[in-house]
Design a binder for this molecule. Structure first.
Ligand code: HEC
Length: 288
């Protein structure tokens, strides 16, 4: 092939590529335009709100959860371990009389900064039943490998003791509800008197953040319910904040690792982008 022919071929390729790039650009722009048009012009604001709401459809007017700033929010979010430790204390002293946390073992608490001897002491404060060699049921003190003790033998017993509604397991609660941390915080701090004319069923408590606005759980926290060793003031807001930090950790203990990996992957991709861009410029610099 002569040089002239070769150059002609390259020029033809370049024109083809320009055409392909132009068409893809136009296609992407058209798709984006169509999307923005349908999203902002065709849909009403109410429909827009519903579009990405995959939670339970609830037609009653319940309050949106309060917006709280959490240390675990965002790409660089980390656990506030001091707060989560206090949250464990609130769970142990208040919530654990009704709510199980079946997925958490005492030894997991070491990840929150408790030492091994501390964990041993915490575990041994609950007694667990076991069947001995003679087939009799005996009880033994808890070990770090034991999971938190269930307050009720089964769900029926739990429901019978709580107005017919079993207290749900809290291990994954922060992930199991839409906007979980804010939702839990709002429920705990949101008890008020029922407005005039609101019909409260027997044994229920008014709470505008709970679906149905009446909840079988009586207000579990009041000021100074627990006493913190580190001198933090145990207001209802503070204890709610602490228990949410704890529940966020139990729901996703590997969160910090996941976020760190994400940042590393992004840094790596950014590096590769620059590297390949420079390589491309150098390689093609010979083609005039
Ligand atoms: C006296 C028993 C009792 C105590 C103590 C208690 N709860 Fe509850 N909790 C319940 C019951 C019963 C329900 C179910 C309410 C319903 O379905 O109406 C419930 C429901 C909840 C819910 C709502 C779950 C959902 O389905 O959306 C959360 C969150 C919760 N409790 C957190 C806590 C926390 C945190 C504590 C400790 C500070 C606590 N509870 C203490 C009995 C209790």
């Amino acid at each position: 092939m002569s040089i002239k022919k070769k150059i002609e071929k390259i020029e033809k390729n370049v024109t083809n590529n320009k055409l392909i790039f132009g068409l893809s650009g136009a296609f992407v722009a058209a798709a984006l335009g169509l999307y923005l048009f349908s999203y902002f012009i065709v849909l009403t604001p109410k429909e827009r709100e519903g579009l990405f709401n995959f939670g339970e459809v609830n037609h009653e007017k319940i309050e949106h959860p309060k917006k709280v700033k959490w240390s675990f929010d965002g790409m660089f979010g980390t656990f506030d371990k001091a707060s989560a430790q206090r949250g464990y204390q609130v769970y142990k002293e208040v919530c654990s009389s009704c709510h199980s946390m079946n997925l958490v073992a005492f030894r997991n608490l070491q990840e929150l900064g408790f030492t091994e001897p501390e964990v041993k002491v915490l575990a041994s404060s609950s007694d667990y039943d076991f069947v001995n060699d003679d087939g009799d049921v005996e009880s033994r003190p808890g070990l770090p490998s034991d999971h938190f003790k269930n307050p009720y033998p089964n769900k029926q017993a739990a429901a019978a003791a709580n107005n017919g509604k079993a207290p749900p397991d809290l291990s994954l609660m922060a992930k199991a509800r839409h906007d979980g941390p804010n939702y839990i915080y709002s429920i705990l701090t949101g008890y008020t008197d029922a407005p005039a004319g609101f019909e409260l069923s027997a044994g229920a408590n008014y709470n505008p953040y709970f679906p149905g606005m009446q909840i079988a759980m009586a207000k579990p926290l009041s000021d100074a319910q627990v006493s913190y060793e580190d001198g933090t003031k145990p207001t209802v807001e503070q204890m709610s904040h602490d228990i949410v930090n704890f529940l966020q950790w139990t729901a996703e203990p590997e969160m910090e690792y996941r976020k760190r990996m994400g940042i590393k992957a992004l840094a790596y991709l950014a590096f590769l982008t620059v590297f390949f861009y420079i390589a491309k410029v150098r390689i093609w610099s010979r083609v005039k």
